[in-house]
Design a protein around this ligand. Structure first.
Ligand SMILES: Nc1ncnc2c1ncn2[C@@H]1O[C@H](COP(=O)(O)OP(=O)(O)O)[C@@H](O)[C@H]1O
Ligand SMILES: [Mg+2]
Length: 223
């Protein structure tokens, strides 16, 4: 029987679940080997990062599945994403500038984490911020309002990043303007998570991370 993955709550690695609900979810995510495992073929590949490959979901073109390719140097980004998305879901933040995460899926390439696939209205894959700037799809000035909106979003909902960089931002055309999605590099790396529990510290942290990102953007400013 085919499982409806969209019903599954975000969970950390299934092997670490202990609570009753999570245990139920764990069994719910189990697939009989060979019968319901999702096959990921090269034709579905959307993008490749330093650690993960991103494939279009073969049964749902609106979603993607990320699997680890660089296992030797893995920083366990899928596991970290699953944990942080669970925190965000518990806080009921809107998923307007980050893709929704739908939990784990077994694939032919190992366990993958499923997300909304960010595409154009005409179903085309979209440039990352650095691609768009490099090939002059937009200038920094043109994308600036969309970046400001992304900053406002991170600030308002105190969403922390561990790898805020141009390659992790996807730019979607919206009429004559743009909308930015942060598709990777979320997370709270603090050992003692003080900023997660204080609005004031949380805002300071978002500002600090954004200032660092702005420094990275300087190289794209017209001279
Ligand atoms: N939700 C998404 N929607 C559309 N494309 C995506 C999405 N997530 C990742 N990608 C594409 O896949 C690439 C690699 O994904 P990413 O999560 O950045 O991997 P890594 O963690 O290895 O850096 C991205 O640069 C982007 O092109
Ligand atoms: Mg990345």
């Amino acid at each position: 029987m085919k499982r409806r993955f969209s019903d599954i709550e975000v969970q950390s690695s299934p092997h670490h679940e202990t609570s009753k609900n999570n245990l139920l979810l764990y069994f719910y995510t189990l697939r009989p080997p060979g019968l319901t495992m999702i096959q990921l073929s090269p034709s579905l590949l959307i993008g490749k990062g330093t650690e993960r490959l991103c494939y279009q979901h073969p049964d749902d073109p609106q979603k993607c599945i990320k699997v680890t390719h660089n296992k030797a140097h893995s920083k366990h980004q899928n596991e970290k994403d699953a944990v942080y998305y669970r925190v965000l879901k518990a806080r009921h933040i809107p998923f307007t500038h980050i893709p929704q995460c739908y939990g784990w899926i077994e694939t032919s390439l190992g366990s993958g984490l499923c997300f909304d696939l960010i595409k154009s209205d005409s179903d085309q894959t979209l440039p990352s911020l650095n691609q768009g700037l490099e090939d002059h799809t937009f200038s920094l000035n043109e994308i600036r309002p969309a970046l400001n909106q992304l900053y406002q979003y991170l600030y308002q909902y105190r969403i922390f990043t561990s790898d805020l960089r141009e390659t992790n931002i996807i730019c979607q055309p919206k009429g004559t303007s743009w909308h930015c999605f942060l598709i990777d590099g979320l997370g709270d790396r603090d050992f003692i998570k003080l900023a997660a529990h204080s609005k004031w510290l949380g805002h300071l942290k978002v500002n600090r991370q954004w200032r660092k990102f702005e420094k990275r953007l300087e190289k794209w400013r017209p001279s």
